[in-house]
Design a protein around this ligand. Structure first.
Ligand code: ADP
Ligand code: MG
Length: 248
């Protein structure tokens, strides 16, 4: 059975509180032979459906660790994580893999494309994992590559593409499973500023058109200016949250 290509109504993905992501007092410790690093110090956070969130903080502040929690790529040392209304904190590995496959798209600084596959084949990977038929896969990858402006590069392998083009392919791939949450960890970190700007503009446009919650670790001013919300992370704590102004 293949997953229908149209996503289920968003309401079925929300928990009673309406949040697509909820972190409750999340800590993450990394143990090394000599000491323990507390990378997250009791982070509590709610992200709404369709929200575009920029995550700022200097290197080592915990951005990647926090994104890994939200995206189910890692587990907290203490605290709880809910994604699309499901408490994923204690999910078994297989269930966690399924949760990620069904709900989450990832964009990394280093693109993460498979070198021997064409752009179209890279985009189709998540659809293969979902058991989508060959016809549906190729139609969806065609649409996605068009969405990111790469229709004429479908048969190119990653090494035949520029860095910006590779990131566009990775963005197309991240949307293949129609995620409700997109995680982007410094997606323009390896690109020149001009290319980086066009990638950020693409992510912004897609955040609006694809009805997906997007959490982006970045210092890009375009994105920060236009984000629904900016989180500042310092030493594993959220020290400023522009979305919390009204609450106090
Ligand atoms: P950022 O993405 O903001 O640069 P990270 O989340 O990668 O920050 O790291 C936060 C802190 O946790 C840093 O002090 C980093 O050195 C530490 N850290 C990250 N991953 C590991 C790991 N696998 N083992 C030990 N320490 C780690
Ligand atoms: Mg990082």
């Amino acid at each position: 059975m293949s997953k229908p290509l149209s996503r289920q109504p968003a309401t079925t993905l929300r928990d009673a509180s309406g949040h697509i992501v909820m972190l409750d007092t999340v800590t993450r410790d990394y143990s090394t032979p000599t000491h323990t690093v507390r990378a997250l110090r009791g982070v509590s956070l709610e992200i709404d459906h369709g929200q575009l969130v920029a995550l700022r903080g200097r290197s080592g502040s915990g951005k990647t660790t926090l994104l890994n929690m939200i995206g189910g790529l890692d587990r907290p040392t203490s605290g709880r994580v809910h994604v699309t209304g499901v408490d994923i904190t204690d999910l078994g590995d297989a269930d966690l893999v399924r949760m990620r496959r069904d709900n989450i798209g990832y964009i990394f600084q280093t693109f993460g494309l498979i070198p021997i596959l064409s752009a179209a084949e890279n985009v189709e990977i998540p659809l293969r994992l979902l058991g989508v038929s060959r016809e549906e896969r190729s139609e969806r990858s065609r649409v996605l590559l068009e969405l990111v402006g790469l229709s004429d590069r479908a048969k190119h392998r990653p090494h035949e593409l520029s860095g910006g083009e590779q990131q566009r392919v990775a963005i197309a791939r991240s949307l293949a499973n129609r995620p409700s949450i997109l995680i982007a960890d410094e997606p323009t970190g390896q690109l020149d500023s001009h290319t980086g700007r066009s990638i950020m503009n693409l992510i912004l446009a897609l955040a609006r058109s694809e009805d997906v919650a997007v959490v982006v670790a970045t210092h890009d001013t375009t994105l920060i200016d236009l984000a629904d919300r900016v989180l500042d992370l310092l030493d594993g704590e959220i020290v400023t949250d522009s979305g919390q102004r009204a609450r106090n």
